[in-house]
Design a protein around this ligand. Structure first.
Ligand code: ACO
Length: 384
């Protein structure tokens, strides 16, 4: 029997992209998009950028309180020991085509990590806390090892005598970073560690809400972060800066791109209607790193882009904009820009997963049916 086109019974109205829909509670980060404010566990992002190390932020997100000296030292040493990858993961990275983006390798390797973790399917809080540390250490390890193996170099073991940021830079480059660059990179990790129910965090929580394990949830998150509308934007930004080449070419570049109705990556945000407070800090880091490198060109192109985008579209830069000239001036290859986001955000993802498991309910929204009327007459194969 044919029925009229209908919505699923009992479903509410559609909010495309879930804009402004509150889908759950969290004690982790506070975002005020109208005033440009962000805080993790009550600490403003400005204070954290000025004072905190990534290790302190990760501990804070997972445990709800700042670590004391002993707890901090224990976490740093756990990051170094847990960051040693199982040999099978090195094998998996070696087997990936060298031309593949490191995020694809990371997504696959995170999934494979569960095969080498006896606690993988243990959903108890303490087991998940241990896995949060392990995953944070290993995501950094995978990203660094992928970079080295894709460039014909052997992976390096993390160093307990360095910060997580410093150890990561060492594992990528094979050289000890100077204290200033180490701290600047540490600040970038602090800035990216958590951000409410962003797309990748939400994807992770949806997966965990089925009571699937933490590795499955983080695999979902990595896959979601890769997209150019989310974390994938920072790599697009550096491509754009290199293509523009000098500040005098910005006006024309933007005019032409906008006339083709293209998006300018690194601008606009679903939540912030004023400047993203992380962009304010990253703008300064971009300038500082440019000065250190003796080349302010990328920073200056970025400044000009910011000016033109504000004038033409009223758009503010987001977290992915100034991170690009910053990482570039720091000497990181562009293929690592998105993975570096994951190296930081893994703390936020896993903190959200601890929250989700502690107070879980299946996340299962509804859709509005727009298909053909129900009750279509079946046509046999021989009559089609
Ligand atoms: N360049 C050009 N126009 C833009 C941009 C941009 N970067 N961002 C938004 N707009 C315009 C849209 O074209 C649209 O205009 P229209 O109404 O005339 O069509 C309007 O602003 C609203 O855009 P939406 O896509 O509806 O806004 P939404 O909240 O869905 O998008 C998003 C947010 C995806 C971040 C968007 O601003 C964008 O695509 N930015 C570029 C990609 C990017 O930088 N992503 C990283 C975000 S930060 C992060 O995830 C870590």
């Amino acid at each position: 029997m044919k029925e009229k086109l209908q919505s699923e019974e009992g479903a509410g109205s559609v909010v495309k992209g879930l804009e402004n829909v509150v889908v759950g509670t969290s004690r982790l980060s506070y975002i005020d998009g109208q005033r440009g404010r962000l805080a993790y566990r009550g600490f403003t992002i400005q204070d954290l950028a000025a004072e905190a190390s990534y290790e302190e932020v990760a501990y804070l997100l997972w445990n709800g309180a700042l670590p004391d000296r002993e707890q901090l030292a224990a976490l740093r040493s756990a990051f170094a020991s847990e960051g040693v990858l199982p040999s099978e993961i090195h094998g998996l990275i070696r087997s990936a085509p060298r031309t593949k983006p490191p995020m694809e390798v990371l997504r696959t390797a995170v999934s494979a990590l569960s095969l080498h973790d006896e606690e993988a399917s243990d959903l108890a809080l303490e087991a998940n806390r241990r896995k949060a540390i392990r995953l944070t250490a290993r995501v950094a390890g995978i990203v660094a090892a992928t970079h080295r193996l894709q460039n014909g170099k052997e992976p390096l073991a993390p160093r307990a005598d360095l910060s997580h940021a410093g150890s990561f830079l060492y594992c990528v480059t094979g050289a000890l970073p100077d204290a200033r660059r180490e701290r600047m990179f540490d600040v970038a990790l602090v800035l990216h560690a958590d951000h409410g129910f962003n797309a990748s965090t939400f994807a992770a929580r949806v997966t965990a809400a089925t009571l699937s394990d933490i590795y499955s949830a983080v695999t979902s998150a990595v896959g979601t972060l890769m997209g150019p509308l989310h974390g994938g934007a920072n790599e697009k930004v550096i491509k754009m800066l290199l293509e523009v080449g000098e500040p005098s070419r910005v006006e024309r570049y933007v005019r032409e791109a906008l006339s083709r109705r293209e998006r300018i990556f690194g601008f606009g945000h679903r939540v912030y209607k004023v400047e993203d407070p992380r962009a304010t800090v990253l703008r300064e880091l971009s300038r500082e790193a440019g000065e250190l490198a003796g080349d302010l060109r990328w920073h200056e192109i970025s400044r000009k882009l910011e000016e033109v985008l504000m004038r033409e579209k009223g758009l503010f830069p987001n977290v992915d904009f100034y991170s690009a000239p910053f990482y570039h001036s720091l000497g990181l290859p562009s293929s690592l820009f998105v993975p570096v986001f994951a190296v930081s955000r893994i703390a936020g993802w896993t903190a959200h997963l601890l929250e989700q498991y502690a107070d879980n309910r299946l996340i299962r929204p509804r859709s509005q049916y727009l298909g053909v009327p129900i009750g279509q007459p079946w046509v046999r194969l021989e009559e089609r």
